[in-house]
Design a protein around this ligand. Structure first.
Ligand code: RUB
Length: 279
């Protein structure tokens, strides 16, 4: 078996690597759809396991795909793929309804990167309320532009700002709402999300602004360790002879997070860790 010549797998990996498919939930749904076809063709044997591993390692920080694949490997049924995709899609709708209630009428919300779950929640709130959004550009890949476009399409008043301007604008916002790649209930504990989230949480804490995380329950991360994806330096800046760091995510300590909104509940970080951090 020559995995490097597996063109269909290579194509799927490229779509994720190039961030055409981005956001923890969308990556998981994309990979599950791909793996369903793959399993239909090749079965659930070693080849499937390698493909699952390769896809998971393409974006190793997010935990949704990992948690879904644990179930797929256990059940080894085609119907599991559809069940999980449906659960992920339904979870976003449910949590958006819950989270929208936390957004007051007239609120200005700061968000970071592109989180399908945060965007869905903000959109849900605008069904009944008037809200404004300040979205970070999210350097270096500028996923904030995707957020701004989506919100604008939904008729929402949105302004983009530089990532470095979040501290400056914090006093003008009423709350922060971001997504998550992983909710760490084991060490290192905290919210794993796009690099820069921690800085925003610090500024929110300084100005005593609520910091909400919209994240379906597949994002609860019980893995023994977490890999923070490091992207190539060239993706940040390419200056000959100059070194650079380009991590894609950071970990915000739980004490800076006000509430986590998932499809089942609105929960405090301490409760989340207590409830899920034991086994
Ligand atoms: C995306 C990102 C998002 C989370 C949650 O990073 O950090 O906030 O993945 O997204 P990238 P969602 O663009 O590098 O994938 O709510 O859509 O699951």
């Amino acid at each position: 078996m020559q995995i490097h010549k597996d063109k269909e797998l290579e194509k799927a990996v490229e779509k994720i690597k190039s961030v055409k498919v981005q956001g923890a939930k969308e990556i998981a749904i994309f990979a599950l759809k791909f793996l369903k076809k793959y399993a239909m063709k090749h079965g659930f044997g070693l080849r499937f396991e390698v493909a699952s591993y390769v896809l998971e390692q393409t974006r190793p920080t997010a935990v949704v795909l990992h948690n879904c694949l644990e179930i797929v490997k256990r059940e080894q049924k085609m119907s599991t793929f559809d069940k999980l995709i449906k659960q992920l899609e339904t979870a976003t709708k449910r949590l958006a309804k819950k989270g929208a209630k936390l957004i007051p009428d007239g609120a200005t919300i700061m968000t970071h990167c592109h989180s399908g779950e945060a965007v869905a929640t903000i959109k849900e709130a605008t069904k009944k309320k008037d809200v404004k959004v300040i979205a970070t550009l999210t350097e270096p890949l500028m996923q904030g532009v995707k957020t701004a476009r989506e919100l604008k399409r939904a008729g929402i008043d949105v302004h983009l700002i530089a990532d470095s301007a979040t501290g400056f604008f914090m006093r003008h916002v009423d709350l922060v709402m971001v997504g998550a790649d992983a909710l760490r209930v084991r060490e290192p504990k905290g919210l794993v999300n796009k690099i820069g989230t921690f800085n925003i949480a610090l500024a929110a804490n300084y100005y005593k602004k609520p910091f909400y995380v919209t994240a379906n329950s597949f994002k609860i991360d019980k893995r023994k360790k977490i890999i923070i994806e490091e992207r190539p330096k060239e993706g940040l800046i390419n200056i000959k002879g100059i070194k650079a760091y380009n991590p894609a995510f950071d970990i915000t300590p739980w004490k800076f997070v006000t509430k986590i909104i998932n499809e089942k509940e609105i929960i405090n970080p301490e409760e989340l860790v207590k409830k899920y951090g034991k086994d």
